[in-house]
Design a protein around this ligand. Structure first.
Ligand SMILES: [Zn+2]
Length: 324
């Protein structure tokens, strides 16, 4: 009896081994039709998929099927909103393949094409299709350390961060920073010191009023257009977050800092301490600001993920933090 059972088990094992090593058959979704019932067609399966999508509208079925390659989750809302048509179908297909495509911005991508799909999505995700300052929205305080500050988000009037602490003279200019950023900065600085490097904070928190006088000064010297490329308008400055530091060494200035060992070290190591390079080289079209090798923004735990993503914080924020 036991022997019989053993043989049966062995046989079963062999059989399952056979089937698993056999060339994988295409997993046909069609179950064997019950006698008398016709086999389901590809279209039948598509319709079934579409019917599970929120907003599915029977009267639009023909269009869903015509543009089905967009995928059931995209095609239903895109057809419902009247966004997809024969002319833009190919472009939309390409756009949906970008890893950071946002359905909520589909028509903005179509209205603001750049040379490549990635550039189009990147630009719109960073709100670059909007009018800077004029079409800005107010900052969301619940984002805390992740708060956005760029030309499309502004601080409410009179905004001052709550947990500000003064910066000790040994670390640089005696202004202030939010406590978590300051503590992280000290950890970063101590780590750099053990490697024989040295730098200091040349600017950190800047109040609205301070930014008013800075910006007006730049405008007087260079004009509005030039000033907007390298300085934030009051209410739009990353420095008003209280989470930002500009770093220099005693032997460098803003134009030479990028060539120092300290700049190289910071570019590589700052994310370990929660800081990201906010205005990377070659991303002016996305951030709206020229490359700033000295400007680091504290975002806490997500700093390494932001850096590894290769996205600017403008795009990262829209996709991952804002949660559109
Ligand atoms: Zn700065």
């Amino acid at each position: 009896m036991k022997r019989k059972l053993f043989l049966l088990l062995a046989l079963l094992l062999i059989c399952s081994a056979c089937t698993s090593s056999a060339p994988a058959e295409t997993p046909e979704p069609s179950p064997t039709p019950t006698p008398g019932e016709p086999a389901k067609t590809e279209t039948d399966f598509r319709v079934e998929q579409l019917q599970t999508i929120a907003g599915f509208d029977e009267t639009r079925l023909e269009d869903y099927l015509q543009y089905f390659d967009l995928g059931p989750h995209y095609v239903v809302p895109l057809v419902n909103q009247g966004i997809v048509n024969e002319e833009n179908y190919g472009r939309l297909l390409d756009l949906t393949h970008d890893p950071y495509f946002l359905l909520s911005r589909a028509s903005r991508y179509l209205d603001n094409p750049k040379e490549t799909v990635r550039e189009t999505v990147e630009s719109v995700n960073a709100d670059r299709d909007r009018k800077p300052f004029d079409e800005a929205v107010e900052n969301d305080p619940s984002k805390d350390l992740l708060v956005q500050a760029n030309k499309y988000y502004h601080f409410p009037d009179g905004y001052v961060p709550e947990d500000m602490v003064p910066i000790a003279a040994q670390y640089g200019i005696q202004t202030s920073l939010r406590e978590p950023a300051y503590e992280a900065y000290i950890r970063m600085y101590e780590a750099a010191r053990t490697e024989g490097l040295d730098f200091y904070i040349t600017s950190a928190y800047r109040s609205y009023d301070k930014q008013v006088s800075l910006y007006n000064n730049y405008v007087r010297n260079d004009g509005v257009e030039a000033a907007d490329r390298y300085s934030a308008r009051p209410g739009f400055s990353d420095h008003q977050t209280g989470l930002t530091v500009d770093i220099l060494t005693s032997s460098s200035n803003f134009s030479t800092f990028e060539y120092t060992a300290e700049a190289k070290w910071l570019a590589e190591n700052a994310p370990r301490f929660g800081f990201i390079m906010r205005y990377p080289d070659g991303k002016e079209d996305v951030t709206g600001y020229t490359y700033e090798s000295w400007h680091f923004r504290y975002v806490g735990d997500i700093a390494e993920a932001v850096t590894a993503s290769g996205l600017t914080y403008d795009e990262y924020y829209t996709y991952f933090v804002r949660g559109e």
